[in-house]
Structures are given as C-alpha cells and as structure tokens.
Design a binder for this molecule. Sequence first.
Ligand SMILES: [Zn+2]
Ligand SMILES: [Zn+2]
Length: 88
Amino acid sequence: MKLFGNSGACSACGQSIPASELVMRAQGNVYHLKCFTCSTCRNRLLPGDRFHYINGSLFCEHDRPTALINSHLSSLQANPLIPDQKVC
Ligand SMILES: [Zn+2]
Ligand SMILES: [Zn+2]
C-alpha cells in the first residue's frame, strides 16, 4: 500500500525525502540515493549507470530479466541516471 502520493516520498522505502537531499528519479518516481538499488544483485545504482525500470522494479544493466526484454522489447531502454538537485 502506498501511503504517500506526493513526489517527496521515496518509492522504495516510502519515507519522505528532505528537500535538501539528492534523489534519483525513474519513470516519475523518486528514490533516496541509498534506496536506488538493483532488485537482483542489490548493488547501488549510481549516477551515470545504466538501468532498467520494469514493472516498478529496478535492475542494473547486467541483471535485466531477459524474459521481459523479449516480450517488451520496445519499452525497455537503458537510461542514464541523473541526480535531481533541488534548488530552493
Ligand atoms: Zn528510500
Ligand atoms: Zn544487478
């Protein structure tokens, strides 16, 4: 259950993210830097890394599920991670 509907909550842990903190974005969701990890190997995904965002799960470049790739080839693209620096 998602309790937080606003964009200030981490999509992984559900905790709100302080405005001063860097976040990662994927498909409109925001994540703590520490929460932006591969669903398979649990490695942190860092700015500049390529990743796949599939059905709400994150995968690093090496762990993308091949079955899903075959069935949804057109929608799967690796995107560079860009930290979102909030400026007040
Ligand atoms: Zn988090
Ligand atoms: Zn991985």
